[in-house]
Each structure stands twice: as structure tokens, then as C-alpha cells.
Design a protein around this ligand. Structure first.
Ligand SMILES: *Cc1c(COP(=O)(O)O)cnc(C)c1O
Length: 416
């Protein structure tokens, strides 16, 4: 832990240059700077404007279906207590789920996309661009563009376009144009570069809608604030249900937007332990994982300094995870900082463990989770038996599993 860098509050970052300690910032081409400064100015105005807040709240309520419930997973809790008992332990924490999988479009991504498209409208932008890996952010972006009647261009690696045909079709149904990117390996990193290039070329009318709490400042802050509705609701709902804050928060981390959304409102409650779960893939020794903090190193990606997957020459690695949503090759800079100062703990969960958790939840609670939060769930399963029965864990169930049944079937050796 970096004791000297320890702040009085964990919630004040980033500083005016966009830094969280030594992470974050804006590492972008000179030509992009005016756009970024424009965006920052508009964001500063929007975030204190009651009309902006009211419009987001209305969309959250009537379009997304917020607040999402905080659900006591009674059967899972009992199941984990039985496991504890068999191990000769008396523990088994109470497990709650924040059910963001019930949102319109099936995950937390809509929280961010709605807020940013309102920002784009405020700025007078008439065209939206985004990049997508597996297509989930592309679908969420195409959804809000349909809702607001704005043209939408989604950059997607050519390899991903082939692998993710159903999401490509969804985006097209929603009216988006999907542009395959053939540079590099034709995956997410190449699509990110292409989106940035488009933005520079079409400065006047275009808004770049980033899908996770990463990118150049002020994006990490914008996405965090839009996703913090998850943590704010959780606080209120927890107080109503139990009259106190939870003992532990657990969330899956790809780029880190659902996780920072849950964590941020609790960062200064230092009695609340916070755990981010990265994709350990097939193991941390090779390159088949997406554990940027646990097994990566600091570098610059997507306009900010953060932990990422790179080889000794600084080339970005592809990474691997059973869940498409976790295979972002970096992590939002605020997470790198929270890890560095020791406020949040980051741990890996392997593909196999996530797949087991996916099946368990389906059977004991009748909820098919997405493979991303199945990673968080696998960590819950490890921790709950060692905690006392009067302790409470809240896990962000950030996505539903309908999209993942084919992947799960394949890994379970079932032919559909
Ligand atoms: C996209 C996605 C993620 C990963 O993104 P974060 O920015 O880390 O939240 C996790 N879970 C689900 C369900 C997703 O769709």
C-alpha cells in the first residue's frame, strides 16, 4: 500500500488534470484536446444542472425500470451455510443481490448510455459513435440512439463481427451502422483506435460514447457518476432492509463501470470491505486471462494511464475470458488507484469457477446470471462461509444470462 498517497476522502478524485494519483489523465493526440475540453466544460455544467438530473431520473424510472431491487438471496445464503457447516464452520454471511440485470436491455450499461446521450444532445451533437467488443455496449448505444432518433456508428473488430453475429444483427435492427475494423487482430483495441480516429475527423457533429469507466478524462468520472445510481440505491435499500450498511461489496470488473458504480458511494465507509473480481480466464501464468490489476502492468491505453495487459514491448495483449464483457485489455484508472492505495481488493476468478457459479445460482435461486457477474458470485461463494452469519455481502448482479446460454452450453458439452 502506498501510505503517502492516502487521501482524506476516497471520493474526491480525479484532480483537475484528470489524475487519480498516478493513474488516469488524458493521453490523446493534440487534435483531440479541444473536443475533450469542450466535453469537460459541458459535463461540469450538466452535473449540477437540476434539469439534466431530472431528465436522467425520469428515463431511469420509466425507460430502464429503476430502482432495481435489492434482493435477499435466501436459498443461496442457506446453501452456503450448509457448506460452512460441512466444513465445521459456524459462518455463512447473508447474501444480497443488487439486481441491475432487470434493467431494460439486461444490464447496467443502459445507465451510462442514457446519461451520455443526454450530454451529447446538450452539446448539440447530431451523430453518435462508439466501439464495442462483444457487442453489448454497441447494443446499448444503438438502443439509446433509437430512443433519441440519432444516427449511430459502431466500430467493431472484424473478428468480433464474425464471432458476435446476433449482437451485430441487434444493432442493425436498432438502426445502427456497424463498421468492421480489419486493422490489427480485428478486436476491441482496434475498434477503440478507429472510433478515436472518427472522432477527430468529425469534430463538429459527433459525440463519442465510451462504454466503461475508462478513456481520457473526463470520461472515467462521467461514467462513474452515471453508474453510481447503483451504489446510491443500494445504500438506501440496505438501510431500509437491515438498518445498516453491508460488511462487504463484490462486483465483477471488466473496464470497471458496474463495479465503480456500486463501490463509489461507499468508498469513505471504511468498515465496508470492497472486492473487485477480474477474469482469471484459464489461469494467470499465460496470456489467457483479463486480470489487468492482478497480472498486468501500468501503461497507457485508451487515452489514460492504468494497469493493462501488455507484452514486454508494450504491445497490448488480447486476453481471454469465458465472458465476452470482461475481456477489456485494461481497467478504468480509478480502480488502478483504489488498488494502489489499498482501499479496494482485486482478485481473479477462473472461467471454470464462474461457470460453476452460473449453474449454482440458476438452480438455487431461479436466476440465470450473465457470465460476468458469475465471476463476482464465485467470489461470494468463496467468502461467505468464512464470514459470520450476521454479516452481509452485497453483490452486483449486473447482467442477465440469456445472452450466455449458448456459451455455457458449449462449455458444458451440450449441443443445442
Ligand atoms: C459490459 C459488461 C461488464 C463489464 O463492464 P464493466 O464496465 O466492467 O462493468 C460486466 N457485466 C456485464 C453484464 C456487462 O454487460
Amino acid at each position: 500500500m502506498n501510505e503517502q498517497a492516502k487521501p482524506n476522502s476516497f471520493r474526491t478524485g480525479p484532480d483537475e488534470t484528470g489524475m487519480f494519483g498516478i493513474f488516469g489523465g488524458r493521453f490523446v493526440a493534440e487534435t483531440l484536446m479541444p473536443l475533450i475540453l469542450d466535453l469537460e466544460k459541458e459535463w461540469e455544467a450538466a452535473k449540477t444542472d437540476p434539469a439534466f438530473k431530472a431528465e436522467i431520473e425520469s428515463l431511469n424510472t420509466y425507460y430502464t425500470g429503476r430502482p432495481s431491487p435489492l434482493y435477499y438471496a435466501e436459498r443461496l445464503t442457506e446453501h452456503l451455510r450448509d457448506i460452512a457447516k460441512k466444513q465445521g464452520k459456524t459462518g455463512g454471511a447473508k447474501v444480497y443481490f443488487k439486481r441491475d440485470e432487470l434493467n431494460h436491455t439486461g444490464s447496467h450499461k443502459i445507465n451510462n448510455c442514457l446519461g451520455q446521450i443526454l450530454l451529447a444532445k446538450r452539446m448539440g451533437k447530431t451523430r453518435i459513435i462508439a466501439e464495442t467488443g462483444a457487442g453489448q455496449h454497441g447494443v446499448a448505444t444503438a438502443t439509446v440512439c433509437a430512443r433519441f432518433g440519432l444516427p449511430c456508428v459502431i466500430y467493431m473488430g472484424a473478428t468480433d463481427v464474425e464471432r458476435q453475429a446476433p449482437n451485430v444483427f441487434r444493432m442493425k435492427l436498432l438502426g445502427a451502422e456497424v463498421k468492421p475494423v480489419t486493422a490489427g487482430h480485428g478486436t476491441l483495441k482496434d475498434a477503440m483506435n478507429e472510433a478515436l480516429r472518427d472522432w477527430v475527423t468529425n469534430v463538429e457533429d459527433t459525440y463519442y460514447l465510451i462504454g466503461t469507466a475508462a478513456g481520457p478524462h473526463p470520461y472515467p468520472e462521467i461514467v462513474r457518476e452515471l453508474q453510481s445510481v447503483i451504489g446510491r440505491e443500494t445504500r438506501e435499500q440496505m438501510m431500509a432492509a437491515e438498518g445498516r450498511l453491508p460488511d462487504m461489496l463484490i462486483a465483477a470488473v471488466g473496464g470497471g463501470s458496474n463495479a465503480i458504480g456500486l463501490f463509489h458511494p461507499f468508498l469513505d465507509d471504511t468498515d465496508v470491505r470492497i472486492v473487485g473480481v477480474e477474469a482469471g480466464g484459464r489461469g494467470l501464468n499465460g496470456e489467457e486471462h483479463c486480470a489487468s490489476i492482478t497480472a498486468g502492468s501500468p501503461g497507457v491505453l485508451h487515452g489514460n494511464r492504468t494497469f493493462l495487459l501488455q507484452n514486454p514491448d508494450g504491445q497490448i495483449l488480447e486476453g481471454h475470458s469465458i465472458s465476452a464483457g470482461l475481456d477489456y485489455p485494461g481497467i478504468g484508472p480509478e480502480h488502478s488507484w483504489l488498488s494502489d492505495i489499498g482501499r479496494v481488493e482485486y482478485v481473479p476468478i477462473m472461467d471454470r469457477e464462474a461457470l460453476d457459479a452460473f449453474q449454482l445460482l440458476t438452480r438455487v435461486e431461479g436466476i440465470i446470471p450473465a457470465l460476468e457477474p458469475s465471476h463476482a458470485l464465485a467470489e461470494v461463494i468463496k467468502r461467505a462461509p468464512d464470514m459470520a452469519q450476521d454479516q452481509i455481502i452485497v453483490m452486483n448482479l449486473c447482467g442477465r444470462g440469456d445472452k450466455d446460454v449458448f456459451t455455457a452450453a458449449k462449455h458444458l458439452g451440450v449441443e443445442l
